[in-house]
Design a protein around this ligand. Structure first.
Ligand SMILES: Nc1ncnc2c1ncn2[C@@H]1O[C@H](COP(=O)(O)OP(=O)(O)OP(=O)(O)O)[C@@H](O)[C@H]1O
Ligand SMILES: [Mg+2]
Length: 229
């Protein structure tokens, strides 16, 4: 059996309106597994966010094949997509969407409690994850008491709850200065080296230094897919 977490074959996402037809993702082939950090690059509008949303089951392919952790995303039900995001795929965005009234630990614990884990157990896992992302000792801080880079780390910890093995990040350092951006890429690399699959859409060239593999997109197509030295 394949150990691949993501398999795309001739994957398509076409938007059709009266005025135009846009192949936002156009015949993309990709296979990826654990311990890979894929940096996804390309000009604005090249299809990076569309591809991440397809993989997360937030959007539906219009053609080809897409399998994520064994789930066929052209055929999956809404319940199966929700389960995929709950159990397998964590997402990180440019802005962290933390809840300001909750502490760092409570923010991380929230998705666990939402799936029925007891408050105590959820806080234990949250503390472990905060430690893992370099925020040991910051559990009781509120988001306003954290720096931008620290807030983003809380968002990453939250995305990893429940042992999720795939982390999708869309411009995770878009709001950070270069030192903080490199630190976040360094953390994402560590999380990859722990065995996870990390897929990061970025305009930041620094991302290339941390990725194990870089994929460049142009007009919805993958134009290069290379291991990084
Ligand atoms: N809901 C939509 N309806 C129609 N076209 C869309 C929709 N969403 C995205 N597109 C188009 O799909 C293409 C890919 O967009 P996408 O957001 O994936 O690009 P991107 O690489 O993430 O860009 P950026 O670097 O600016 O974030 C663009 O041409 C965009 O205009
Ligand atoms: Mg985008």
């Amino acid at each position: 059996m394949s150990t691949e977490l993501i398999t795309a074959r001739k994957l398509m996402r076409t938007y059709v309106s009266e005025a135009e037809r846009v192949d936002a993702v156009d015949e993309v082939d990709m296979a990826a597994g654990g311990s890979e950090f894929i940096g996804l690059f390309g000009h604005s509008g090249s299809g990076k966010t569309t591809l991440l949303n397809l993989i997360a089951g937030l959007d539906t392919p219009t053609g080809g094949e897409l399998w994520v952790n064994g789930l066929d995303l052209l055929a999956a039900s809404e319940d199966e997509r929700v389960r995929l995001r709950r159990e397998t795929i964590g997402m990180v965005h440019q802005t962290d969407h933390l809840i300001e009234e909750f502490t760092a630990a409570e923010n991380v614990a929230l998705p666990l409690e939402a799936r029925g884990v007891s408050a105590r157990e959820a806080l234990v896992e949250a503390s472990e994850l905060l430690e893992r992302v370099g925020l040991g000792g910051h559990e009781a801080r509120f988001p306003r008491q954290l720096s931008g880079g620290q807030r983003q780390r809380v968002g990453i910890a939250r995305a990893l709850t429940g042992g999720r093995r795939v982390l999708l990040a869309d411009e995770p350092t878009g709001s950070l200065d270069s030192a903080n951006a490199s630190a976040i890429f360094g953390l994402l690399r560590e999380l990859c080296d722990d065995g996870r699959l990390v897929l990061v859409a970025s305009h930041d060239p620094a991302c290339r230094q941390f990725a194990t593999r870089t994929v460049d997109m142009l007009d919805g197509r993958v134009v290069s897919d290379e291991p990084t030295c």
